[in-house]
Design a protein around this ligand. Structure first.
Ligand code: HEM
Length: 406
């Protein structure tokens, strides 16, 4: 395929396989035509990932749902590759299978129920307004730096009880760890992991001396009270929440606002009736979701899936953004329509690992979008800013910077 680093891939040649465009520099600019061809040509595609791992990519909705609820596909890679693959960054629910998964998720689940999250509405609104007070009177702003990034970080930092002043460090560490699968910067990623671990270790010591009513204090007390979780798992769960809080909701707000600003009719609809915001957020998640291929599993045994022979240890990656544009599931899948009914998109995954933070992310998204529209009725993408640059990478889908005119 003809791809350049800033332009989308052109897939003109019909005899070239679409999957060849997957890991090229231009792919992130517009992955959807590539996915559409893959869903047609090879919906369960056999391929070699950039790190040399052999596996499969699933691009259709129905197959995606089936993989995500099939317990032959597992998360805990130590069962296949041995304990050498265990690290503090994988000692959590996202990288565990039952029964560990249930135990680890159960420890923090109470902190993220829709009811509890809803009780944070007023406070999150204050944070959003405070961030926008700082840009009031200006003619332009940077959506990511001024708003979409700090909002979820402040919220998750408060829930965990970690100092908000350290957000710049968390940003560097989590960007680095998330980018790890496609960067050439191995040693630096390792150093960032070490720094992050050392930071958490010092923080946990402090919390042990003076516990509060935050989530980290609760985890530490649970560990001290019995055998519910190990010290390594506290690191794993807290690091996961910090990373999830940094790398996803920011892109829900960013990608979502881009979709809205690029579709002025939809923008007008929401401006005229802010109560459409819940549906708008669901459509933003479906149309340009923040998670690219991070939803992966390992074939836990030799198995057959829809006529394909998979070997134990094969990587199985579910392309959620592709599933969410599947015309078999969604009418007019490439249409951005904030009034779409009953959209059962997969942006938060499916099955037992379905996103724990979904109620929080939805609430933050709603508040963020409606507050921006309310306070800046003339909001638009800055015309002189040039083409938006989508971050390359395997895990999250988002834009580095979104310059707005107010
Ligand atoms: C899991 C997406 C925000 C915490 C997941 C998964 C997806 C996802 C797709 C499943 C991964 C898999 O099956 O392999 C998103 C999106 C978000 C978001 C699109 C924002 C729009 C958050 C936030 C938090 C969070 C704000 C934390 C407060 C988690 C956790 C898991 C998870 C802990 C693992 C759950 C488990 O394994 O049982 N997320 N997430 N997420 N997410 Fe989110």
């Amino acid at each position: 395929p003809d791809c350049n680093p800033k332009g989308a891939c052109r897939l003109n040649s019909s005899n070239e396989s679409a999957k060849n465009a997957l890991f090229t520099p231009g792919f992130a600019q517009d992955p959807y035509p590539v996915y559409a061809r893959m869903r047609e040509e090879e919906p369960i595609a056999k391929l070699m990932f950039p790190d040399g791992q052999f596996g499969w990519m699933i691009t259709r909705y129905e197959d995606a749902v089936d993989v995500l609820k099939d317990n032959r596909f597992i998360k805990d890679m130590t069962k296949i590759f041995g304990n050498g693959y265990q690290s503090i960054f994988t000692s959590n629910m996202l990288f565990s299978d039952p029964p560990d998964h249930r135990r680890l998720r159960g420890l923090v689940q109470q902190g993220f129920t829709p009811k509890l999250v809803e009780s944070m509405r007023e406070h999150i609104q204050q944070i959003a307004d405070g961030l926008l007070d700082a840009v009031e009177g200006r003619s332009e702003m940077s959506l990511i730096d001024d708003f979409a990034f700090p909002l979820p970080i402040i919220v998750i930092s408060e829930i965990l009880g970690v100092p908000i002043e350290d957000q710049d460090k968390f940003r560097v560490w989590s960007n680095s760890i998330i980018g790890a699968s496609n960067s050439e910067e191995g040693p630096q990623v390792y150093q960032h992991m070490q720094e992050f671990t050392a930071y958490l270790g010092q923080w946990f010591e402090k919390v042990r001396q003076e516990p509060g009513d935050d989530l980290i204090s609760q985890l530490i007390m649970a560990e001290e009270a019995g055998e519910k979780l190990s010290e390594q798992e506290i690191y794993g769960v807290v690091a996961l929440l910090i990373i999830a809080g940094h790398e996803t909701t920011v892109n829900l707000i960013g990608n979502g606002m881009i979709s809205l600003l690029q579709h002025p009719d939809q923008l007008r609809k929401l401006q005229e009736d802010p109560s459409l915001v819940k549906g708008a957020i669901e459509e933003m998640l479906r149309y340009n979701g923040p998670v690219e291929f991070s939803t992966s599993r390992w074939a836990g045994e030799d198995l057959e899936f829809r006529g394909h022979q998979m070997k134990r240890g094969d990587l199985v990656v579910v392309a959620l953004d592709s599933a969410d544009r599947d015309g078999e599931q969604f009418a007019d899948p490439d249409l951005f329509d904030i009034t779409r009914e009953r959209s059962r998109h997969l942006a938060f995954g499916h099955g037992i690992h379905m996103c724990l933070g979904a109620p929080l992310a939805r609430l933050e998204g709603e508040i963020a979008v409606n507050t921006l529209l309310r306070r800046f009725p003339n909001i638009r993408l800055r015309e002189d800013a040039g083409e938006l640059e989508w971050r390359p990478g395997m895990i999250v889908r988002g834009v580095k910077e979104i310059p707005l005119s107010l």
